[in-house]
Ligand binder design. Sequence first.
Ligand SMILES: NC(=O)c1ccc[n+]([C@@H]2O[C@H](COP(=O)([O-])OP(=O)(O)OC[C@H]3O[C@@H](n4cnc5c(N)ncnc54)[C@H](OP(=O)(O)O)[C@@H]3O)[C@@H](O)[C@H]2O)c1
Length: 279
Amino acid sequence: MASSEHRAVFVSGASSGIGAAVAHHWLNRGYQVWGTARCRDRLTKFADQKNFHAVEFDLLDRSAALESYEEAEKSAGGFGVVVNNAGFGLFGVLTEIPARQWDEQLSAMLTNTFMLVQRQVELMVKRDRSATLVNVSSLAVDFPLPFMAGYNVAKAGLSALSESLLMELSKTPIRVIDFRPGDVRTKFNAAMQPSATVAPSAQPQKENMEAAWRTLEQNLDQGPSPESVAVDLWRAVKSGRRGTVTTGGWFQATLAPFLIRLFPQGLARSVRWRYFGIR
Ligand SMILES: NC(=O)c1ccc[n+]([C@@H]2O[C@H](COP(=O)([O-])OP(=O)(O)OC[C@H]3O[C@@H](n4cnc5c(N)ncnc54)[C@H](OP(=O)(O)O)[C@@H]3O)[C@@H](O)[C@H]2O)c1
């Protein structure tokens, strides 16, 4: 087994926010980065980076995404670091958002990501050298977000996958990081604006939805920069961390996950509800 570092990094969702910051961070340190977006045009910000390789990749199309990954993996000669970061939110009442949209979210962020991870691990094991697999989950695993049922399910599932792999891969040179950001100042919310009109059947939830959306917007605006998240990820990978790594503001990423474990479930829930203005 070779132990020397392989300086090729794969980052899904490199066109904006956390993924773009992570890609820049590794590029600036001399690594080769294969970064994805659904459309190549979204990656022009890397046009002047000779070590950047644009990959077109849509998690909604499982076989095409697997094929793109395999091609990238082959041309890189394997990846030393893989960051599964791509993802999106959906905000609304469970019964108001069409089933097709929930289905798309769960396919992209849970089942298709699961199958992608399967292929990534298979290829890493074949190469038999040290590598780090990072799945970007969320603090939503501990603090489910209101009116984001699909997102909460997808991230809880992704963290469960990381936890499972930590056990399975313990005797291999593959390290797994379940990376959980709190609110980070990106365009994440812009992709999931709530509908301006609420159907009569959803009127009882309207007030809670409005309060929750205000909190989500405020938290994102006041969150740390994606660059600071990229620094935390860099440090975690370089120091050989495995397991859960939280990142974000001190209160959300450090204090809250610790405190919430000390509270009885009912109390923890009422604190979370209050935080989001849910009555
Ligand atoms: N921002 C936060 O507060 C926060 C907190 C916790 C966790 N996270 C997680 O961090 C990750 C990055 O989020 P962000 O805040 O950086 O959001 P962002 O700025 O909206 O970036 C999302 C990225 O995902 C890509 N993407 C979206 N849908 C995709 C699909 N169907 N297939 C492939 N790629 C797709 C986008 O690429 P296109 O150019 O193709 O649109 C974009 O590069 C997500 O997994 C998110 O859940 C974010």
